[in-house]
Ligand binder design. Structure first.
Ligand code: FAD
Ligand code: UDP
Length: 389
């Protein structure tokens, strides 16, 4: 029997680590402070029969074939192409902004001219960051860039992040480019799928292993403490000899000794309605006119047939305060915050058995697929380490 491993957090990072180590013969104790497994992917059924994502809409999309192959061993998946509309100047238009959006916002002659310019400068179906359009020497293309920036990005981003768009890492806005064509899918990845019976069942299958013991409603930091003199972690006061896979926030792990890492949060408001459908797409974004950023209607994603009932979720961006009732959803990407994170990494480096993985522990704006990929790599690193033979 190999050594005992501890896993803190049961989102994708923790669940994949727990399973990979259990498969390799480790005895794994896994904690989550929430009452449920699956982290931010947790899904449940409302009393009206509609399945919802408790922590915001989660769509699986990836170009990493091995990640999809790995997850497919735990669940079947169905194809699902995510489509988003934006309510802009009283008109619903596809987001990412595309040729259809241009035709809905501009006169027919003007739209034709802009589309002709775009197709002469960019390959058809390419996806171009709005910042590239803004810098374009052709005034008509730069003008479109300015229009899209003002109407789609400026106010949504200020709401979502609580700071102006130009003070954020430009990679954040590059997640939603302008499409040179009519493709109205939100993502361009080669694999766009959803787990057949939902994420919670997928996680139950990942964690179904005799070597894994799960403790829910359990803040691991009440039992696990770093001991800097020995460079070990103490479990219930006793030095722990195996790997500690930590997927929570590193500032919390070290009692905020260097200060809190900034996160953005969301107030997620669920509403049940006694109607067939509330809106015409899975997600409608409201960049400008509301205090929420988007409304998700889950039936469009789960493809359930539930007549006369639907559930929607509105997302209200909020500041995150450690110890408060909201979750640390989005690491705020800036140089200053990355420097603080790096200072925490220096402290982590003194603990040889500590392995960080996931959106919180790595302080990265990760999608699910990247987290699974990273968890598989960290698990391989632990399995191959002579330290745990
Ligand atoms: P999490 O899922 O956050 O899991 C971390 C777990 O650790 C939590 O359950 C937490 O309770 C637990 N924990 C923390 N500290 C402790 C402790 N001290 N003791 C015990 N447990 C602890 N990605 C996509 O690919 N597609 C999408 O459509 C998508 N939509 C998103 C929508 C929203 C609103 C948000 C916020 C994120 C979205 N993501 C999406 C990103 C996705 O949620 C993350 O990539 C994923 O959750 C990361 O998994 P994780 O395991 O790192 O973290
Ligand atoms: N964004 C925006 N307007 C939109 C959609 C996105 O300004 O209609 C910006 C916003 O800053 C957002 C970022 O693009 O935070 C990334 O969007 P994405 O949909 O990827 O955000 P997530 O689903 O991760 O919340």
């Amino acid at each position: 029997m190999k050594k005992h491993a501890l896993v803190v957090g049961l989102g994708f990072a923790g669940a994949v680590l727990a399973r990979s180590l259990a498969d390799a013969g480790f005895s794994v104790t896994a904690f989550d402070k929430r009452p449920s497994i699956a982290g931010n992917m947790y899904e449940y059924e409302r009393s009206n029969g509609v399945r919802v994502h408790m922590y915001g809409p989660h769509i699986f999309h990836t170009d990493l074939k091995h990640v999809y192959a790995y997850l497919s061993t735990f669940s079947s998946f169905y194809p699902y192409s995510h489509r988003v509309l934006g309510m802009i100047d009283g008109v619903l238009v596809p987001i990412p902004y595309n040729f259809t959006s241009i035709e809905k916002h501009f006169s027919s002659a003007r739209a034709k001219s802009i589309i002709a310019k775009l197709t002469s400068h960019y390959p058809l179906n390419s996806r171009v960051p709005v910042s590239d359009l803004l810098r374009h020497p052709d005034p008509e293309i730069a003008g479109l860039g300015q229009f899209v920036f003002e109407k789609v990005f400026k106010n949504y981003t200020a709401k979502q992040w609580g700071v102006p768009a130009d003070s954020l890492d430009p990679a954040v806005l590059r997640r939603v480019p302008v499409v040179i064509g009519d493709d109205d899918r939100y993502f361009s990845d080669s694999i766009q799928m959803m787990p057949l019976m939902g994420y919670t069942e997928l996680f139950e299958n990942i964690l179904k292993h005799p070597n894994i013991s799960i403790q829910l409603n359990s803040n691991a930091l009440q039992r696990i403490h770093p001991h800097s003199v020995s460079g070990k972690f103490l479990l219930d006061g006793v030095p722990f000899e195996g790997p500690i896979c930590y997927t929570g926030s590193v500032d919390e792990l070290f009692d905020y000794v260097l200060g809190a890492l900034p996160y953005r949060s969301l107030e997620l408001c669920m509403e049940d309605h006694a109607i067939d459908l509330f809106q015409s797409a899975s997600v409608v974004n409201y960049p400008n006119d509301e205090s929420f950023t988007r409304i998700t209607e889950f039936k469009h994603m789960t493809l359930q047939d539930v007549p006369g009932a639907t559930t929607i979720m509105k997302e209200y961006p909020m500041a995150y305060h450690p110890g408060g009732r909201l979750c640390p959803f989005y690491p705020i990407q800036s140089d200053e915050n990355q420097n603080l994170y790096r200072d925490y990494l220096e402290i982590c480096g003194k603990f040889e058995d500590l392995f960080l993985c996931g959106r919180l522990a790595e302080y990265k704006y990760y999608n699910m697929d990247a987290v699974v990929d990273q968890a598989l790599s960290v698990a391989a690193q632990i399995r191959e380490s002579q330290r745990y033979e």
